[in-house]
Each structure stands twice: as C-alpha cells, then as structure tokens.
Write a protein that binds this ligand. Structure first.
Ligand SMILES: NC(=O)c1ccc[n+]([C@@H]2O[C@H](COP(=O)([O-])OP(=O)(O)OC[C@H]3O[C@@H](n4cnc5c(N)ncnc54)[C@H](O)[C@@H]3O)[C@@H](O)[C@H]2O)c1
Length: 418
C-alpha cells in the first residue's frame, strides 16, 4: 500500500449544511473533488430536511464539474458525524452559537478540523474551544476569508517588503449593504454573538495579521461608539418580506451585490418554507427581537503603539468601495479596495510614486472573490498534514477584541482593557 498521503481520498463531513457549508465551501469541494482527492461522506444538521436539499445542490455542482455523485450519511447529532469512520476532516459551518458543541469533541477526536469564523458567540465558548485545541494538541484551520484572497495576500507582501516604511495605523472602512444580518439568525446575540462579531472578527483578524509584520504585540485597549440608528423597531412591522407589500430597499434579494451571485444557491432559497423566525432568511429588518448593532466606530491600541480603527455599518449602499483597508506607514500609505481587487500605493513620502496595482485573481467572480476556492485547497493540504495558516488562537484573539468593543458600546463608549 502507498504511504503517500496525497494518494488517500479525504472524506469530509460537514456540520451545518447551509449557505456557508454548502454554497461556499461544499461547492468548492464538489468542483475540485478530483484534483484535490476529496469526497464528501457525511452531513449533520439539526433540521433534517436541510440535508436533502444540500445534497441535491452539491451533487448537481459535482456533476457539472465532471465529478461523480457523493455517498453521504445524514446525522442530526454532531457526535455521530465525528465518530463516523468515513469522516477524516470535519468542517464546522453551523450557526455560531453551535460551534462549541461540535468543535470541542471534533478537536478531541484527533481528526482534522475546519471551523468557520467567528470562533464562537461568547468569550466563554471561544476560550473553551481554544483550550480543547491546545489540550488535544490538534491545531485547527479557521475560515478568515481575507487571508485566502489574492489582493489581501499581495498587500501583506507589499507591507512586509517595507515599501510604506514602518506600519503605524490601520483603518477598515466597511460600509456594507448587509441588511441580511437583521433578516436571519444573526439578529440575536444569543445565536450569532452579534453581527459585529460575525463580520468584525474578520477585521480584527486582519489587524492582527498585518500588526504581526510590525511586531505590534496584542491589542491592549479599545473604545467604541455605536448601536442602532437605521434598523429601528417599528410597531407595525410585518413578520417576513414574503408577506409584505411595501416598497422597501431592504427586501430580501434586493440588497446583496451582484458580484457574489455564486453565494445565492438553492440551499438559501429553500428557507422560504420555514415558519420558525430563526430559520427564515427574510425577517423584517424593523421587527422587534433584534439585539444587534447596525453601526459602530471602534478604536484599538496595540502594545507597541499602533492604532487600528473599524468604521462599520450594515445599511450602506451597494458600491464598489464598500470595504477598504488603509494602512499608513512612516514612508507612505496603501489602500486596498476589496470589490475592485485593487491596491493603491503611495511610497517615498509621496515624492516619487503613486501606483495602482490591479490584482484580481482568475477566480475573482467565485465566492468571496476567489478566497473559498483557495481556502478549500488549503484545507485539503491541511488534511494531509500541512500546517494550519490560521488556528484557534487567532480566532480567540479576533473575537476577544470584538466582544470587548461591544462591551464598550453597551457601556456608552468607556475604554475597555483587553
Ligand atoms: N468565513 C466567512 O466568510 C463566512 C461567511 C458566511 C458565514 N460564515 C459562518 O458560517 C457559519 C454558518 O453561517 P451560514 O450563513 O451558513 O448560516 P445558514 O443559516 O445558512 O446555515 C446554517 C446551517 O446550520 C444548521 N444548523 C442549525 N443549528 C445547527 C446545529 N446545532 N448543528 C448542526 N447544524 C445546525 C441550519 O439548519 C443551517 O442549515 C456561521 O458561523 C457564520 O458566521 C463564515
């Protein structure tokens, strides 16, 4: 028998077969199954009907890509999937509050684990997952998408080369048309930890990732203002978009940018038949019961004095500059505009050069601007023994920073020590 790890077909079990697990990661596995020698062997979902729809979607993608259909076992309890011998790699893409119940036993099982961000909805769960990872000596790989996107990787190289001098300030501007946070399970902190944790943990991870270049150390303090100033409760709000006749800019299907069409699969559309509000994807943004923020302005200070800011909302207009990262060094500045796949660099104190670098990859039109395709390649290598590029330590740090910012907002903008 060959001992070459690349010759073994890796069996993948997906816990949480929704938008992220199926339409993003599952799709990329189905498309690249032959090249990467992966197969999907198991699903787990607390709502059993969601697994039939998920399998139909993935088998049709696999067929289109010339790969065979998957033979998949269905489970309602994550422990049953984890102990299935046909599962080598466990992909956890359930709603954030359900991460710990799957991630802790998965890590302890010794199998390879992919966990999506944010690590968890509370600091307590985040620490428990990180502890299980450390105690089992089984580093997992996490889904901080920007670490797998070509322009962000290119930006990291440019800053590491010293082109803008020593990094001193970082700013993420995220003016996002993401009303869906008020329309899905993300609308309650009890399930999501807050939309800010969901999205903002990407950005705090980006701050930490770039901060490492300049030996920033850890973030030591934060203050923040924010709350809700657009998606404010209305007494006469309808329950769901499906039963509403208002002309509303936030109607489901209207507010997501066209660039991410591949993220709107059959799995998503099928939620229309559910009656439980937490399973719907078209709750009215003005309905009572949401306890998340729709905007925030957050400021961190790092051990070595670097400062980082996040300027964020989820009621932004659709625009190709909805997400930017600006980094300022001692000799220049650099701005990445995510939807354009473009980096604008000023070096040498502005005396000589102003350059615009276009760095869209060939896969830019696929989900998360090509990141999910690359992520699945990284996951496959990780399952065969490569080192994790981003583990639970980074996940804990990213959520620790965001949850502290939420505490600052809840307490009226006080400075919180981290
Ligand atoms: N890395 C990224 O860029 C990115 C993007 C989107 C979502 N996510 C993360 O992926 C996770 C899932 O988000 P989503 O958008 O796919 O949500 P979703 O609602 O589309 O899918 C979640 C699925 O999990 C199922 N589920 C619910 N409770 C479960 C449980 N206890 N065990 C197993 N399955 C359960 C639901 O029925 C649903 O099918 C979240 O943590 C989210 O933050 C990450």
């Amino acid at each position: 028998m060959s001992s070459d790890p690349s010759s073994k077909t890796i069996g993948v079990g997906i816990i949480g077969t929704g938008s992220r697990g199926i339409t993003c990661i599952g799709r990329q596995i189905a498309e690249q199954a032959s090249e990467l020698n992966l197969t999907i062997t198991a699903f787990c979902n607390r709502t059993a009907s969601r697994m039939d729809i998920a399998l139909d979607e993935l088998n049709s993608v696999a067929k289109e890509a010339g790969n065979g259909a998957f033979a998949v076992s269905f489970y309602e309890d994550p422990l049953d999937l984890i102990s299935d011998d046909r599962v080598d790699l466990i992909v956890i893409t359930s709603p954030t509050a359900a991460h710990a119940e799957a991630a802790i036993p998965a890590l302890k099982s010794g199998k390879k684990v992919y966990l999506d961000k944010p690590i968890a909805h509370t600091l307590e769960d985040s620490r428990a997952i990180r502890q299980a990872e450390a105690e089992s000596n089984n580093p997992m790989i996490m889904g901080f998408t920007r670490r797998y996107e070509t322009p962000w990787l290119k930006l990291h190289d440019i800053v590491s080369s010293g082109k803008i001098g020593d990094l001193k300030m970082m700013l993420v501007r995220a003016v996002l048309p993401y009303s869906f946070y008020f329309q899905t399970w993300h609308r309650t902190r009890a399930v999501s930890g807050g939309a800010l944790n969901d999205k903002g943990s990407h950005y705090t991870d980006v701050f930490n990732w770039f901060g490492e270049i300049a030996n920033s150390g850890r973030a030591t303090q934060v203050n923040a203002f924010g709350g809700r100033n657009v998606f404010i409760e209305e007494d006469n709000a309808p329950e769901f978009c499906a039963e509403c006749e208002r002309d509303c800019p936030y109607r489901v299907g209207v507010a997501m940018p066209d660039t991410q069409d591949q993220m709107k699969g059959a799995v998503d559309a099928s939620y229309e038949t559910e009656t439980d509000p937490l399973k719907r994807k078209d709750n009215c943004v003005y309905k009572s019961g949401a306890d998340i923020f729709d905007h925030a302005s957050i400021h961190y200070q790092y051990e070595n004095g670097i400062v980082a800011s996040l300027f964020y909302n989820v009621y932004g207009p659709q625009a190709d500059d909805e997400e930017t990262l600006e980094l300022v060094g001692t000799k220049g500045r650099i701005i990445l505009t995510r939807l354009r796949g473009e980096i604008d660099v000023v070096t040498d104190y502005g005396e000589k050069s102003h350059e615009v670098v276009h760095c869209k990859s060939d896969d830019f039109a696929t989900s998360h601007f090509g990141a999910d395709k690359k992520l699945v390649q990284e996951i496959a290598a990780f399952a065969r023994g490569a080192q994790s590029p981003v583990d639970g330590g980074a996940g804990l740090e990213a959520s620790r920073m965001i949850l502290a910012a939420m505490q600052s907002i809840d307490e009226g903008g006080v400075t919180v020590q981290l």
